[in-house]
Write a protein that binds this ligand. Structure first.
Ligand code: GAL
Length: 417
């Protein structure tokens, strides 16, 4: 070997050594498996791999993450948790109490997380004063997605109130479309119900019901009215809704079979993946009657204690990457959410995301900003499960009585507290 070649080989080897010494593996549990969401998750994989680490995908299909949480519990019980898992809201505290989560304060201090994150969100990520999770994004739950072409064909007008919503649904139905694309799964029923509750009770009433778990609010006239509204919605979904995945429902609106979908803005990931343009091919409206309110759903990766030093390093790099600008931009543009860093430049985002960011900031000034119950931000998973049971049973029973349902709601919540 010529001297110069030997030198070049030595140099390139030397530059590889520190890199290789730190390379670890990160296994990440999530449920981002729809076409659009997978594209978003892949951006994280890519950014982690660029740092020399190995990404082990631990994707468990199932919207809302119930299946993923069941699998996570099994893994954790057998003493083999992944490096990171999508765990949200108050559940982070539960995992913290088990002593399984790792302290991320060094990375947090070095990257000024306390300064760049909204206070309400930073608090959720901490257990016992220390960061144990890193927030990924902010999803808004109270959205209505519309296919304007279908609306035009039916002579329907995008609704701003619940009355207008049902008027539009009647027109869509009369014109032969499925008015509302829905997937009959408990978490989707719960998502729709949550939006109706914000609309009927207002953000403060919603808070009393699902954050304070106030019995009078849970059984009050307005809650009965919310159940009555949910019952009315039954007439506008198709007969095949049972068990349908949320992204299949989104596809019905994209393909012009249905006129609208009530869903959080992860639905936008499907529109984006189908190359549809916000404001032109589809419209996003706050769910009728919830203008000024913002039901937030923050995806976050909680980090588990690991034994290998190089895996810990990879885990820290993952945490650092998540709050980096590159990831916040790419991931959220594909996921349908907005950056969790409110200082991010929004110019490359579509009009729905820009509206979401503006509405988030506006809602945060008053009572409009509320945690989503259906997406694990407002209360424990036990309370969430109790609400889903009552709502789903009610929605599936044509003879169900709204007044009784409100009583059952309060009783079911009380039973799990
Ligand atoms: C939510 C989650 C979103 C999205 C959605 C559908 O709970 O926060 O990121 O994945 O479920 O599965």
């Amino acid at each position: 070997m010529k001297a110069i070649t030997r030198l070049a080989a030595a140099v390139s080897l030397a530059s590889l050594i520190p890199f290789a010494a730190h390379a670890g593996e990160v296994e990440v549990l999530h449920w981002w498996t729809s076409g659009g969401e997978k594209r978003a998750a892949d951006t994280l994989k890519q950014l982690v791999e660029e740092q020399g680490h190995t990404w082990k995908d631990f994707a468990v299909a199932g919207g809302g993450g119930e299946a993923a949480m069941t699998v996570l519990k099994t893994r954790a019980v057998s003493g083999n948790p992944p490096a990171a898992a999508q765990i949200k809201g108050p559940d982070i505290q539960e995992w913290g109490e088990l002593g399984l989560l790792t302290d991320l304060d060094d990375v947090a201090k070095e990257n000024k997380w306390d300064e760049i994150l909204p206070k309400q969100i930073a608090g959720i990520m901490k257990y016992d004063g220390a960061y144990v999770a890193v927030p990924v994004n902010v999803h808004r739950v109270n959205w209505l997605w519309i296919n304007p072409e279908v609306f035009a064909k039916a002579g329907a007008t995008p609704p701003k109130t619940l009355d207008e919503f049902f008027a539009a649904a009647d027109k869509l139905k009369a014109a032969g479309f499925v008015p509302v694309a829905h997937g009959g799964q408990p978490w989707q029923d719960g998502t729709v119900f949550e939006d109706i509750v914000i609309s009927v009770l207002g953000p403060e009433g919603y808070r009393k019901a699902f954050v304070d778990l106030d019995k009078d609010t849970l059984t009050g006239d307005k809650m009965v009215q919310a159940f009555a509204t949910l019952k009315k919605l039954r007439d506008y979904i198709d007969a095949d809704a049972a068990g349908r995945d949320w992204n299949t429902a989104t596809a019905m609106v994209i393909n012009g079979k249905a006129g609208m979908q009530i869903m959080g803005d992860w639905a936008k990931s499907e529109w984006t993946a189908a190359n549809k343009v916000a404001g032109k091919d589809y419209q996003c409206l706050p769910f009728p009657g919830t203008q000024g309110s913002f039901a937030f759903n923050v995806d976050s990766l909680a980090m588990f204690k690991l034994s290998k030093e190089e895996d810990r390093k990879a885990q820290e790099d993952l945490a650092r990457t998540v709050l980096g600008s590159k990831f916040q931009q790419f991931f959220n543009q594909n996921k349908g959410s907005i950056p969790v860093r409110l200082d991010e430049d929004m110019s490359a985002f579509d009009s729905c995301a820009q509206q979401s960011m503006a509405d988030f900031k506006e809602a945060a000034k008053g009572p409009g900003l509320q945690p989503s119950l259906a997406h694990g931000m407002a209360a424990s998973s036990y309370v969430q499960g109790a609400v889903f049971d009552v709502v789903t049973n009610f929605f599936n029973d044509p003879a169900a009585d709204p007044k009784k349902a409100a009583q059952q709601l309060a009783a079911a919540i009380q039973a799990v507290q």
